[in-house]
Design a protein around this ligand. Structure first.
Ligand SMILES: Nc1ncnc2c1ncn2[C@@H]1O[C@H](COP(=O)(O)OP(=O)(O)OP(=O)(O)O)[C@@H](O)[C@H]1O
Ligand SMILES: [Mg+2]
Length: 459
């Protein structure tokens, strides 16, 4: 066999030993297990190998002709490399081992050592390295995703910030309401980061589009044999979120029959896995979000009143972009900064005309729509200053309400004409048009069919 599993088997190992026979035997053994092996017979060669290509692991004999492993470890430490070191020795003493570990060695092994044991040390080192990388990656990635939900100085957003700070310390349920794309998801993450459960998990469940069965098994898990196909038991997300936060996104879409079970978890912290006789206890905080007005849904019998009352004590309303037009330049500039970083290009700036156009647009898709438009401009416009014409926004659809449609139209005609215009402006791209209209693509397709608009294309 010539492999030890993907990922691990491409690891680079540097062997340092002054005994050519040992070196050759070890190299052959490790290569056979799929590792890439470099060899060095003394410290000088070992240092040279470090300069050339940083290995993942170094297996080094303690005593070498021109120095010892401690010297090597010190060099490695100064290089601040993620390389892990295993020190081998013919005459191990506790004192030596302690010194080596203090200098950063991962393992201290006394010869003779079984090759299989040695490879298991190598594997353990690689795994540790990998998990350290993950933690690091998380730290590096973290701040980029830590979006500020309160950008801008408008009264509306500042009021939201103030309320969020007050509410943020509670462990009671929180309900986030606001139009699509206003940043409810971003706000939920902020509440998690700044709340009492920041060190615990934030588990995200999208309630839209999941059938009753699927949503229930996702949320509450099941026991083996609970239904045909349940070959083993499964942990529910409610359990995964234990001590942390369960974020129920698009709660307005949750099946009516699942709602009482969610209420039960909220009220007495208990739930039952499907097919289980036992009740389990969990400690979760629920943050829910909806772009529907849930009070209205209650009136229409689409949402349970008791669940609504349970959730609505702490409510945050995220304002639509058109109600805080003054914040748009600040938000747009920060989005452009992120985009420039992502695309590794110079940051673009907004000309005055572009700022005015952005402020005048009605933004049915809110920040999501704004980001999409800026993304397109960042990708397609080479200039460093973005002018109004680069944005390709509809003229006349302004937040102040002025538009160019005749007042004698019926609502359906108005709807049709507006859709035609947006489709034209988006060259028939349904995806883009739906985004700008702030409606799901499927709804737009229905309307295209209903109004017999043939030219639109799927994109
Ligand atoms: N303050 C912000 N800074 C940067 N990006 C943001 C901000 N708010 C929202 N966005 C971006 O806009 C998009 C929509 O945000 P989010 O998903 O939080 O909105 P939402 O209110 O949950 O929308 P929906 O109801 O459609 O789920 C995301 O891509 C998000 O990254
Ligand atoms: Mg969302």
């Amino acid at each position: 066999m010539n492999s030890t599993g993907a990922g691990v088997n491409q690891a680079k190992i540097l062997l340092v030993d002054d005994d050519p026979a040992i070196l050759a035997a070890l190299a052959e053994y490790l290569q056979l297990h799929g590792y890439l092996v470099e060899q060095a017979m003394n410290l000088k060669m070992a240092h040279a190998a470090l300069e050339k290509d940083m290995p993942d692991i170094v297996l080094i004999d303690y005593q070498l002709p021109d120095g010892d492993a401690i010297e090597f470890l010190t060099t490695l430490k100064h290089m601040n490399a993620p390389t892990k070191c295993i020190v081998l020795t013919g005459y191990g003493t506790i004192d030596l081992a302690v010194r080596a570990i203090k200098e950063g060695a991962e393992q201290f092994v006394t010869k003779p050592v079984l090759l299989s044991v040695l490879t298991s040390y190598v594997r353990a080192c690689l795994e540790k390295q990998q998990s350290q990388r993950k933690i690091l990656a998380h730290k590096l990635v973290g701040p980029r995703y830590e979006k500020d939900p309160f950008q801008g100085s408008s009264v509306l957003i500042q009021r939201l910030a103030e309320e969020a700070r007050k509410i943020g310390q509670t462990e009671r349920p929180i309900l986030l309401q606001g139009e699509t794309g206003t940043g409810k998801g971003v706000l939920a993450q902020w509440l998690h980061r700044n709340g009492p459960r920041a060190e615990e998990a934030l588990v995200d469940v999208n309630c839209a589009g999941l059938s009753k069965e699927l949503l229930e098994s996702e949320l509450f898990g099941y026991e083996k044999g609970a239904f045909t196909g349940a070959g083993s038991s499964k942990l529910g997300l409610v359990e995964v979120a234990h001590r942390g936060i369960l974020f129920l996104d698009e709660l307005g879409e949750m099946d009516l029959q699942v709602q009482p079970k969610v209420l039960k978890v909220l009220e007495d912290k208990r739930f039952r896995r499907l097919g289980d006789v036992r009740e389990r206890v969990v400690d979760i905080q629920v943050i829910a979000a909806s772009n529907r007005d849930l009070r209205q849904s209650v009136k229409e019998m689409k949402f349970r009143e008791d669940l609504y009352f349970r959730l609505n004590t702490f409510q945050l309303r995220v304002p639509p972009l058109r109600d805080r037009a003054e914040d748009i330049p600040v938000i747009a500039n920060s989005l452009l900064r992120d985009l420039a970083k992502d695309l590794a290009r110079e940051q673009q700036e907004l000309a005055r005309s572009a700022e005015d156009a952005l402020k005048a647009h009605s933004w049915p898709g809110n920040i999501r729509e704004l980001r999409n438009i800026l993304e397109r401009v960042a990708l397609t416009c080479d200039d460093c200053v973005i002018e109004a014409r680069d944005l390709g926004l509809a003229k006349g659809v302004s937040s102040s309400g002025g538009h160019s449609f005749g007042s004698g139209l019926t609502l359906a005609e108005l709807d049709r004409q507006y859709i035609v215009r947006i489709l034209e402006e988006e060259s028939g791209r349904v995806e883009q048009a739906a985004l700008r209209l702030g409606i799901p693509r499927s709804t737009l397709y229905q309307k295209i069919k209903m109004y017999e608009l043939a030219d639109a294309q799927a994109s």
